[in-house]
Design a binder for this molecule. Sequence first.
Ligand code: NAP
Length: 255
Amino acid sequence: MSLFDLEGRNALVTGAGSGIGQRLAVGLAEYGANVTILDLAGQRQGSDTTAEQVKAIGREALVVDADVTDPVSVREAIGHHVSRFGRLDIAVNCAGVNHSCSAEDLAPSDWKRVLDVNLSGVFYCCQSEASSMFSSGGGSIINVASMSATIVNRGLLQAHYNASKAGVKHLTSTLAMEWVTRKVRVNSLSPGYIMTPMISGPDWAEKIRGFEEQTPMHRLGTPDDLVGPVIFLASAASAYMTGTDLLVEGGFTSW
Ligand code: NAP
């Protein structure tokens, strides 16, 4: 049990006002961590809900409004975390956006927005998080990529999203190697189809039936399915792992 224990650790989760990030923030608290909940100011209600859930477990929570596409905003957010908790041990970079459009019609502004949030945002977060971890003796960074980093989703028009997630996967192993001697581990977590606000709404209902058929386990994942894998990557249980991509996709990429 102590292998997975996060008692006394201080974590930061981006995109923690909604979906996967919200559940992972609460999951880290369930295993003992205090948590900083970072999301856009427009998600304040969701972030406050996450904070209430963390506090209900008996852990401390800090809500920070920040935009991961702005490196200054990210640095300030990590500064707030360190002022409150003293050090950063675990960072989960989960903020992300998706958007559907054929490659031939994709506007440069949409290409840029998705790459800015999903790839540049992860880089700015890793940079500030690692800098804090270097000065406090190390830590674990987990970047939420996607199985779309590895496969092309049948029927979905999202060249920009897939490229951004492939970038996150390779950025992760590259940073892991740069920082391997400095006690900062960097791994990515790549979910398959997970039921969250990102894939809900009338446009998605028909597609979701297809995803269930295509997934060997014949169901979509839920944010709960990602808690165990993130605790594993955050904790001493994965002490000898860095630069890896952990796929959590109901077997999707095996077929
Ligand atoms: P979600 O419910 O939409 O959560 C994403 C959160 O990130 C939202 O609160 C969003 O705020 C926030 N965010 C967006 N841009 C941001 C920015 N610039 N700065 C700070 N926060 C920002 O989506 P989710 O499904 O939980 O996705 C979480 C992560 O998992 C994403 O990286 C996604 O690509 C990845 N993922 C999801 C699935 C899936 O099937 N759901 C599968 C594989 C990977 P707004 O809502 O205001 O934009």
